[in-house]
Design a protein around this ligand. Structure first.
Ligand code: PHE
Length: 468
């Protein structure tokens, strides 16, 4: 069975794979927009504070749980609590969440593939029309792309932890970083780019309020792939010779740096497009921004670099986003697979096939949620708005539940496994951890401040989405 579980080949392998998971749409799109709408560098400062003082300890706790038990989230909660049913339930939530997030993330990735194809065949202008997004997402041909994407992902996952996930991250993560830097340099040469930089980097604390602070924490949490069982599972593939605190820090730094650079690219691009841009008008939704707004921005570059130049820039950007989405998607689909391997005692091949089948079962209706099927498009309604099946999955699992899973992880580590248990894992590969300031901070905060903050975020999100 252990050979079906697998392990990362080295610390670097873990860092790249975890960064591959963490770097996603959140970094490339949501972060730049949130930062620019909410006071630029002022938002960045708060965001960094949350990464360091709230997310970093939770990350370490998740990884430690996985490494101690060499199990998926259900197995980890269950083993460390001596089979307690309530905690097992918390583990199940940490499987269900990534399972469902994978459903709608798959659909978004399918759209990305369609966009890349359209751009590559000279249709950037078509994509920048107001109606194009609505038209693309209602195409029945999406199913063909869905099948193709699934084949690619499950082929990668069949390769296992080292030969599949880690190998993919080793190739794509450096490529992604280089592409991002090149595109940023290009965008910075455009006229009016400096207006965007000013907007992004000059702190404006007048925009701060509770909902911005709340948004910054949710974004930080989401961006590091917390609360999705991912780091518990990746922790279970992490060698006992390596240092958790240090590797975790590298992942957090990589993730935050990519988000920061993405802002340095997106904001100047938007201002080069229209120097009078009012950032209040920018959509908060990553989806709306990528698929409706950015094609227009790239098209507008044709004045400076011609249609071909604009097409190439768009192609580089969308490919970049696709790579980021692909590594995130692979990481999230691995979680239920790890569960089937550990808990159902399946070999990897069978677990992958089972998961492919289960994912399709939900991904098909989610694909049909934007016009293909009326039933799934107007699936339900709450908070006074009609919601599709896709919206429902995204609202419940993506927007709402992550901080709650984080909350259960904190309580679990502080009061069930106990900080002494957690410490006994964190010192392995890192003798300096014992007695360090980091240890003192984690021991104090994991059972107090952090869960309280996460609970507040959870409640206020529920309030905002479902009750307002
Ligand atoms: N961390 C990812 C991001 O920033 C979120 C994510 C990870 C989503 C894994 C899905 C799967 O976009």
């Amino acid at each position: 069975m252990d050979q079906d579980r697998g392990q990362f080949s080295s610390k670097l392998g873990f860092i790249l794979a975890a960064a591959g998971s963490a770097v996603g749409l959140g970094n490339l799109v949501a972060f730049p927009v949130m930062a620019s709408k909410n006071g630029g560098a002022a938002f960045l400062i708060i965001y960094l504070f949350f990464i360091a003082f709230i997310c970093y300890p939770v990350m370490m706790a998740e990884i430690a749980m996985g490494r101690r038990t060499t199990r998926n989230p259900v197995g980890a909660f269950s083993a460390l609590s001596g089979g307690h049913r309530g905690w097992r339930l918390a583990g199940m939530l940490a499987i269900l969440t990534p399972f469902m997030i994978a459903v709608f993330y798959t659909v978004i990735t399918v759209w990305l593939v369609v966009y890349i194809r359209e751009i590559a065949t000279g249709n950037l202008e078509y994509l920048s029309a107001e109606t194009s997004f609505g038209e693309v997402v209602a195409r029945p041909s999406l199913f063909a792309y869905l099948v193709g994407l699934m084949a690619l992902i499950f082929f990668i996952l069949l390769g296992g932890v080292k030969g599949g996930i880690e190998r993919l991250a080793r190739v794509l993560m450096p490529t992604l970083a280089v592409m991002l830097v090149l595109l940023t340099i290009f965008v910075l040469t455009l006229e009016n780019a400096s207006l965007g930089i000013r907007y992004y980097l000059v702190p404006d604390f007048s925009q701060m309020n509770l909902s911005v602070v709340n948004g910054a924490l949710s974004q930080a949490f989401f961006s590091l792939s917390l609360g999705m069982g991912i780091l518990i599972t990746y922790g279970s593939y992490f060698s006992r010779n390596d240092n958790i605190a240090q590797s975790t820090r590298m992942v957090a730094v990589a993730d935050t740096s990519i988000a920061f650079f993405a802002g340095l690219m997106i904001l100047p691009a938007i201002f080069a497009f229209d120097p009078n841009t009012n950032t209040d008008d920018l959509s908060t939704s990553s989806v709306g921004l990528i698929f409706s707004f950015l094609p227009k921005i790239f098209l507008s570059m044709q004045a400076a670099v011609g249609y071909t130049g604009a097409t190439i820039a768009a192609l580089v950007f969308f490919t970049l986003v696709f790579f980021a989405a692909l590594t995130s998607l692979v990481s999230i689909i691995e979680i239920p697979i790890a569960c089937w391997i550990d808990e159902l005692k399946l070999n990897r091949r069978k677990a992958v096939v089972l998961q492919a089948f289960l994912l399709m079962l939900f991904a098909v209706p989610a694909t049909m949620s934007l016009g293909i099927s009326d039933f799934f498009t107007n699936f339900t309604s709450y908070g006074g708005v009609s919601k599709s099946f896709f919206d429902l999955v995204s609202d419940v699992f993506y927007e709402t539940i992550l901080p709650f899973v984080g909350f259960t992880v904190c309580l679990f580590c502080a009061y069930r496994w106990k900080v002494s248990g957690l410490k006994s894992e964190l010192v392995i590969g890192d003798p300096g951890y014992e007695g360090s300031r980091l240890e003192k901070y984690i021991n104090f905060s994991l059972g107090t401040v952090i869960p309280v903050v996460l609970l507040v975020v959870f409640i206020s999100t529920v309030n905002q989405i479902y009750l307002s």
